[in-house]
Design a binder for this molecule. Structure first.
Ligand SMILES: Cc1ncc(COP(=O)(O)O)c(C=O)c1O
Length: 401
C-alpha cells in the first residue's frame, strides 16, 4: 500500500534489536483467557500486588499541591536522600545523596544512560547468559558488542570470574551483573563477587550491577552487592528501582548509584533522554522508602513463601532438576527430559495445559533446555500450578514413551 519504504529509511540500529519473544506469549495467553481457559500465569515478570496505599496517597497529595512542573534532572531531594539512605543500609557503603544518586524513569533508563555514557561503538560489554534481554539490545543500540558468558545450573547460574576472564579483550569496557537474576532467580554468592571485583580492578573495567531484585532475597534482607567489595564503589554503577520491590512497574521509577565522577557522565546523557522523572510520583516514592514499611515487608515475605512452594514442588517432579531460587520471583527448571527444546515444552504447557511460562532460549543460548517460571501469582496458584505442571509433564513423557 505505502510507497514510502520505511525499512529503507530506518536506521541500521533498529534492525539490531528484536521484538521481544515474551510479548508473543502474552498474546497467546490473552487469547486463551478470552476463550475462558483457567490459565496459570507464570509468564509475567512483574509483581502481582498493588502499590502500597501510602505511596499512592503521597503521589496524589503531591499532585494536589501543584507539583506539576519539571523536577531537577537528578531527581527531587527528598527522594534522592531516601535512596542514598536505603543504599547505605543495603550495601554498608556511604552514599552522598547530592552527588551519587540520579532518579531514572525505571531501571531501564539507568541502564540506557550507563551504556550511552560509557560504551563506544565496538566496545564490548560482558553479560551473563541467560540474561534479561534488554542489556543486549541496549548495548546494540549504542553500537557496542554484547559478549555473553554462559552460566551453568550446577553453579546456580552464577557468573563466574574464571569464565569472564576468558573473554576479556582490550575492547572490554563493562561487566554486567544481575543478582538476583532474571530469568534464573538465583544469586551470585559474595565469594564470587569478590573474584569478579578483583578482575574488574585488574583489567580496569566498569561494573554495571543490576540490583533491582536485591531486596527480594529469600536468604536474608538483601542479596550481596559487588558495590560493597573493597575498591568497587569507584567503578560500579548500581541500577535499582521501584518496579519490583514496591510493585510500581507502571510508575516508571528507578535510580542509579555511582561515584560523583561516574554520575556526572550519566547525568550528561540523562539530560537528553527523559530530562527528569514526573515530579509528583517522585514524592510518592519517597514515602515508600521512608514511611510504613509494613506493606513492603508483607510483599517480600509472600515472595519468599511462594519460592518455597515452587522449589519443593518442582524438585518433586520426576525427571526435573532446578537450581534453588534464592531471589526475585523466578525459577528456572531444567526441562531437558521433557522435550526437543525449551520452546517446544513451553508451547506444549501453554497450548495443552494452559500453563504460561517462557522458553529459556528467549534469554540466551545457555537458557536452552530450561523454562522460566515467574511465580508472581498467589501461593494457591503456585500450588495449583506445580500440581498441573507435574501431571502435564508426566502425560507428555507417557505419550512419548
Ligand atoms: C533484571 C531486570 N532489570 C531491570 C528491569 C526493568 O526495571 P524497570 O521497570 O525499573 O525499568 C527488569 C524488568 O523486568 C529486570 O528483570
Amino acid at each position: 500500500m505505502a510507497s514510502f519504504d520505511t525499512d529503507a529509511i530506518a536506521a541500521k540500529r533498529v534492525f539490531e534489536v528484536p521484538f521481544s519473544g515474551i510479548r508473543k506469549v502474552f498474546d497467546k495467553v490473552n487469547a486463551l483467557v478470552a476463550e475462558g481457559r483457567d490459565v496459570i500465569h507464570w509468564q509475567i515478570g512483574r509483581s502481582d500486588f498493588d502499590t502500597p496505599a501510602h505511596i499512592k496517597a503521597g503521589a496524589a497529595e503531591s499532585l494536589e499541591r501543584g507539583d506539576v512542573h519539571y523536577a531537577p534532572s537528578m531527581g527531587v531531594p527528598p527522594l534522592r536522600k531516601a535512596i542514598a539512605a536505603r543504599t547505605e543500609i543495603d550495601t554498608g557503603v556511604e552514599v552522598q545523596w547530592d552527588t551519587q544518586t540520579i532518579v531514572m524513569a525505571g531501571a531501564n533508563e539507568g541502564i540506557l544512560c550507563a551504556v550511552m555514557a560509557f560504551v563506544n561503538p565496538g566496545d564490548e560489554v560482558i553479560i551473563p547468559d541467560p540474561n534479561w534481554h534488554h542489556y543486549k539490545s541496549i548495548v546494540s543500540l549504542a553500537g557496542g558488542v554484547a559478549v555473553e558468558v554462559a552460566t551453568k545450573e550446577e553453579n546456580d547460574f552464577a557468573l563466574l570470574a574464571e569464565d569472564v576472564e576468558k573473554v576479556i579483550t582490550p575492547r572490554t569496557k563493562i561487566i554486567c551483573i544481575t543478582s538476583p537474576s532474571n530469568p534464573t532467580g538465583t544469586t551470585v554468592p559474595e565469594s564470587e563477587l569478590a573474584k569478579l571485583a578483583e578482575l574488574a580492578k585488574k583489567h580496569n573495567l566498569l561494573v554495571l550491577s543490576d540490583e533491582i531484585y536485591a531486596r527480594i532475597y529469600h536468604e536474608g534482607d538483601c542479596a550481596p552487592s559487588i558495590y560493597s567489595q573493597p575498591g568497587m564503589a569507584e567503578r560500579t554503577i548500581i541500577i535499582n528501582g521501584f518496579s519490583k520491590v514496591f510493585s510500581m512497574d507502571g510508575w516508571r521509577l528507578g535510580w542509579t548509584i555511582a561515584s560523583p565522577e561516574l554520575t556526572r557522565h550519566l547525568l550528561r546523557v540523562r539530560q537528553y533522554t527523559t530530562v527528569c522523572v514526573n515530579t509528583f510520583i517522585q514524592h510518592g516514592a519517597a514515602k515508600g522508602l521512608t514511611e510504613d514499611q509494613g506493606p513492603i515487608d508483607e510483599m517480600l515475605n509472600a515472595f519468599t513463601e511462594r519460592s518455597k512452594v515452587i522449589y519443593e514442588g518442582l524438585r518433586s517432579i520426576e525427571g526435573m532438576t532446578v537450581a534453588k531460587p534464592t531471589g526475585a520471583f523466578y525459577a528456572f527448571p531444567n526441562v531437558k527430559n521433557f522435550g526437543e527444546s525449551s520452546q517446544e515444552v513451553a508451547d506444549y504447557l501453554l497450548g495443552e495445559h494452559a500453563i504460561a511460562t517462557i522458553a529459556g532460549s528467549v534469554f540466551g543460548p545457555a537458557g536452552e533446555g530450561y523454562i522460566r517460571i515467574a511465580y508472581s501469582c498467589s501461593k494457591e496458584d503456585c500450588e495449583r500450578g506445580v500440581e498441573r505442571l507435574a501431571s502435564a509433564l508426566e502425560a507428555k513423557n507417557k505419550a512419548g514413551a
